[in-house]
Design a protein around this ligand. Structure first.
Ligand SMILES: Cc1ncc(COP(=O)(O)OP(=O)(O)O)c(N)n1
Ligand SMILES: Cc1nc(C(=O)O)sc1CCOP(=O)(O)O
Ligand SMILES: [Mg+2]
Length: 507
């Protein structure tokens, strides 16, 4: 995908919002921002003094110039000043989506405020947005005020937020992010909501106390657009955009006499700026009345691994392979058996635990946490889907280590809620061992994950072989987990020796 993003929005002469904010936010994420200006506002930190809509002819000439030479992978839309603009832009979007070889994604951040009052209070504007624009929008990002104007739903609590989002998807938007910056529920917190198909995500953090928040809406939508351009899934774009805003609010300063702009900084690298993924069973989840699955047992803070550097980590599906790896000196191993019958499974897990003791190594059991507890394994490895169903309290009380799989920023922060014993990042490269479609992270993201989770032992997995192990290890990740690089090697002993050398620095 190309790295060009367009912003179709109004100019803010004060430099804090609109086109000016969009370009700065896009630049922070290293994508190229192009502009189509819809209105020239005369504004400063004290307010909007004038709004001068650009004619549809001039808007169209900007669109044509860009479309003929610099098509966008994502188009971000902000202030649209009248019905004619909404209609024109919708026509062009429809054409791009129907004819471009790579149809663009559309992120729409509705802008309500104008000098004369409210752009979204005029009946015909709202109707045009609903009828022409929203059916073409992939992600719409209203704040609470804009949500209320577009849907008529007054956001008195989490169920009203969901109801409003449902209305917006009913108008045709594929995904909705409702920003809770103006919403004080629970008191002192800023909660945002995202729904995409069947999936929904809530993020929250304590409100950052600053008056200087001008341009947060435009900037957040622009970061979402930039991250989508870089192929982040929406849930990760949502996390990064909220974090970027938190970071910018903390660094914001005043330039005029009134409200200063949110600061534009860089890709967020400080864990303290990241929001919490809100889940059933957490304090914020209870405040928001989340339904807890039956039998859900929240637990956090699992036994520590003996070392922060887990080194070469062999993931294998038989006891035979487990012993071969242990005999070659691999100290971290996982028994990952799929489709075994009950008797074979229990016998294998019991044998694996004994082998771990014999070779003084750390044996993790994948999925089967009850048998892992029963036979006294060193630890268990669970996936994201297991976190709501496994008895985490039992695992913790039995003193087993807990390793958790993560695929991207959202899952990483979700896993962080449980304070596991180690954090696994995957799939770094494509793999044939398991279907990881849409979840390939690459080295660039791994380089971001590792320092953020520096308090944990970290593991990289997925498609890692002899030719890639060194560059993976150079990210600072403490362990490299492999399946085929060992089990499909021509000479597995030589492969283990070489992998150990690359990952653990031994000769
Ligand atoms: C070290 C390590 N990382 C990730 C995984 C994947 O675990 P999970 O998400 O539970 O998927 P399955 O392995 O059960 O298919 C792992 N096993 N080990
Ligand atoms: C089991 C597994 N889990 C992954 C994840 O990303 O969670 S990738 C993966 C397969 C790793 O196998 P190989 O080393 O043969 O590519
Ligand atoms: Mg599993």
């Amino acid at each position: 995908m190309n790295q060009v993003v367009w912003t179709i929005a109004g100019s803010d002469s004060g430099g804090g919002a609109g086109i000016q904010a969009d370009i700065k936010a896009m630049q922070s994420f290293n994508v190229h921002g192009c502009t189509v200006i819809t209105a020239l506002t005369a504004q400063n930190s004290l307010g909007v003094e004038a709004l001068n809509p650009i004619s549809t002819e001039v808007i169209e000439s900007q669109l044509l110039a860009l479309a003929s030479d610099m098509p966008a992978s994502v188009i971000k839309i902000g202030m649209l000043a009248n019905v004619q603009q909404i209609q024109l832009i919708s026509e062009h979007l429809k054409h791009y989506k129907a004819t471009w070889a790579e149809p663009p994604l559309v992120v729409y951040d509705p802008v309500a405020i104008a000098s004369s009052g409210d752009l979204l209070t005029e009946e015909d504007t709202v109707s045009a947005i609903k009828e022409c624009l929203l059916p073409l929008v992939d992600v719409v990002t209203p704040n609470t005020h804009e949500t209320q104007l577009l849907t008529g739903v007054y956001l008195i609590g989490p169920s009203a937020v969901k109801e409003a989002a449902k209305k917006l998807t009913g108008y045709g938007a594929k995904a909705v992010i409702i920003k809770g910056g103006h919403w004080d529920y629970p008191s002192g917190y800023c909660i945002d909501y995202c729904v995409q198909g069947e999936q929904e995500y809530w993020l929250g953090n304590e409100k950052i106390q600053t008056p200087h928040s001008h341009g947060t809406g435009c900037s957040m939508a622009s970061v979402i657009a930039a991250c989508l351009t870089k192929q982040y899934p929406l849930k990760d774009a949502f996390i990064l955009a909220k974090t970027y805003i938190n970071q910018g609010l903390k660094a914001a300063i005043r330039y005029g006499e009134g409200i200063g702009p949110v600061a534009h900084t860089c890709f967020p690298t400080n864990l303290a700026d990241y929001p919490q993924v809100i889940e059933a069973g957490s304090w914020l989840g209870d405040e928001l009345d989340f339904d807890c699955p039956v039998d859900f047992t929240m637990a956090a803070g699992f036994a520590e691994c003996d070392s922060k550097q887990l080194g070469l980590y062999a993931v294998v599906d038989t006891v035979d392979w487990l012993e071969k790896c242990l005999a070659e000196g691999v100290k971290t191993v996982q028994l990952r058996m799929k489709n075994a019958d009950d008797a074979a499974l229990e016998e294998s897990i019991a044998s694996a635990v004994l082998l771990g003791q014999k070779y003084d190594a750390q044996v993790y059991i994948n999925d089967y946490w009850q048998l892992a507890i029963k036979h006294g394994a060193y630890g268990v490895h669970l996936g994201q889907e297991d976190l709501q169903t496994a008895n985490l309290i039992a695992i913790k009380e039995a003193g087993l280590r807990l390793g958790v799989s993560t695929h991207g920023f959202y899952e990483m922060l979700r896993a962080h809620n449980y304070r596991p014993s180690y954090m696994a990042f995957g799939a770094i490269y494509p793999t044939t061992t398991k279907d990881m479609t849409g979840q390939i992270q690459g080295l660039e993201k791994l380089e971001k994950f590792v320092p953020l989770m520096a308090d944990y032992p970290t593991v990289a997995i997925g498609g890692i072989d002899l030719s890639r192990a060194e560059q993976v290890a150079s990210t600072g990740v403490g362990s490299v987990a492999v399946v085929r690089a060992i089990t499909e090697a021509e000479n597995y002993q030589a492969a283990i020796a070489k992998l150990k050398q690359l990952v653990e620095g031994q000769s």
